[in-house]
Design a protein around this ligand. Structure first.
Ligand code: MN
Length: 445
């Protein structure tokens, strides 16, 4: 299981759009990507000025992600949760496809995109980072954005999570933090790297379970880190203990510009890749970005809400909520109050969550108009609204306090009240038969 084998599978079933025009990596390719958001995989054969091709939109739909994992769309949460619970060490070899070509590092030869008008410059957006604690006991794999500073230096955006902790530990020991940056990996690896597993669990082990124990890693040449053996390219680098640089502006998941901050600098000291490597691009704030960040959180919310109400059908961190700030959930309500408990469980499971809506199972939560209909016909603000002031949210939300991250959270219980007659809330249907269904199929063609 590699990105390449998955792309071949997608290409055989005509799910890859080949774009062979000479396009600039600055705005032109991102513009096409934006236009095909939610669309097919995109393969840009000949970006202007580069010899490597660019692949985009690999994980651009829920269907494609489940196909990559070899499962049905409905099984994605249970599959993820199972992998979080039972991580397995992948095998580690000295050699693998990603070491076919060794070059001296020169970031200007890699077709790294400049996406939005006011972005600070070219940004790597699909980077899977592996690092170990300096005593070798703890490993972490996570996805980070990197702004290109020059031919061998990048600035990494590091929110205070696991990699940040490893970096602090290295700094306290006055050591560099060595890391590998893998680009062009199988979707399971990116999903695992975006997963909220505890500090100390290697997300490569989670990926390996997701991939049915078929992940193979290779040891890096210059640093104490590993990379998937089938990655398209790997940059080896180290974070210097005392150097930082301005990072941003850059468009993040909400589609607005994130603030400029001083962030650590990575010195790239090694570069290996496959023959004719594909550079993988992810459009910031695109549907794919929102899915990859959102799906692991959806699984977490699904699990948390499942503990307080008997049946949770689906969770959707909706694209309109940037795949991060809004949760839509459908449940099988048993008793009055289930809706509110579901809302509280969702807020507990995903601290960045700002607005949550819970509806009955007859509502399609992937159709926001349907959710709005439930709010219109089943919700009374005086009884069904929860407002929680001054709680911790996400600074990605421009309206939250940008210093403290404090925000107001709102829960909307749009489930049908069990105390009132069921018929009042029933969605009217028109009876169908074979004849009319046949006619509809013909007219649809
Ligand atoms: Mn981690």
């Amino acid at each position: 299981m590699s990105l390449r084998s998955f792309l071949e599978q997608m290409d055989r079933t005509s799910k890859v759009l080949h774009v062979n025009d000479k396009l600039s990596t600055r705005f032109e390719i991102p513009f096409i990507m934006r236009n095909f958001d939610r669309g097919p995989v995109l393969l840009f054969g000949e970006p202007r000025g580069y010899s490597a091709s660019i692949v985009a939109n690999v994980c651009g739909s829920r269907t494609r992600i489940s196909e990559a994992l070899g499962i049905r769309k409905n099984d994605i949460y249970s599959k993820l949760i199972e992998a979080w619970r039972s991580p397995r060490r992948p095998s580690i070899a000295e050699d693998g496809p990603v070491k076919e070509v060794t070059e001296s590092p020169d970031l200007s030869k890699i077709p790294i995109l400049t996406h939005f008008e006011k972005d600070a410059g070219p940004y790597v957006t699909s980077a899977v980072v592996h690092a170990k604690s300096h005593d070798g006991r703890i490993e972490n794999v996570s996805v980070h954005r990197f702004q290109v500073l020059d031919k061998t230096r990048l600035v990494i955006r590091m929110v205070p999570r696991h990699l940040f902790k490893l970096w602090q530990m290295a700094r306290n020991a006055n050591q560099d933090l060595e890391l590998s940056i893998s680009i062009g990996v199988h979707p399971a690896v990116i999903l695992a790297a975006s997963s909220p597993v505890p500090f100390g669990v290697s997300e490569f082990d989670v990926a390996n379970t997701l991939m049915g124990n078929s992940l193979r890693l290779v040891k890096c040449e210059h640093v104490d880190a590993c990379a998937p053996a089938d990655s398209e390219l790997v940059l080896e680098g180290k974070i210097l203990p005392k150097e930082d640089a301005a990072e941003g502006p850059f468009v993040d998941i909400t589609g607005t510009y994130d603030s400029v901050r001083r962030q650590p600098v990575v010195e790239v000291i090694g570069f290996t890749h496959r023959h004719n490597y594909l550079y993988q691009a992810i459009l910031p704030s695109g549907f794919e970005h929102r899915l990859l960040m959102g799906i692991p959180r959806e699984a977490l919310i699904w699990e948390s809400v499942s503990k307080v109400v008997p049946t949770v059908h689906t969770v959707n961190l909706s694209s309109g909520g940037s795949g991060w700030l809004h949760a839509l959930m459908s449940i099988e309500k048993q008793v009055e109050g289930d809706g509110k408990n579901a809302l509280l469980a969702a807020f507990a499971a995903h601290p960045s969550l700002k607005h949550a809506v819970v509806v009955d199972a007859d509502i399609n939560i992937h159709n926001t108009s349907d959710v709005e209909w439930a709010i219109a016909t089943r919700f009374q603000a005086s009884d069904d609204l929860i407002i929680i002031k001054n709680s911790r949210g996400s600074t990605l939300d421009s309206s939250a306090d940008q210093e403290t991250g404090l925000t107001t959270k709102v829960g909307i219980d749009a489930t049908r009240p069990l105390t009132k007659p069921r018929e009042k809330f029933e969605r009217a249907i028109i009876p169908a038969n074979k004849k009319v269904e046949e006619i509809i199929r013909r007219l649809d063609m």
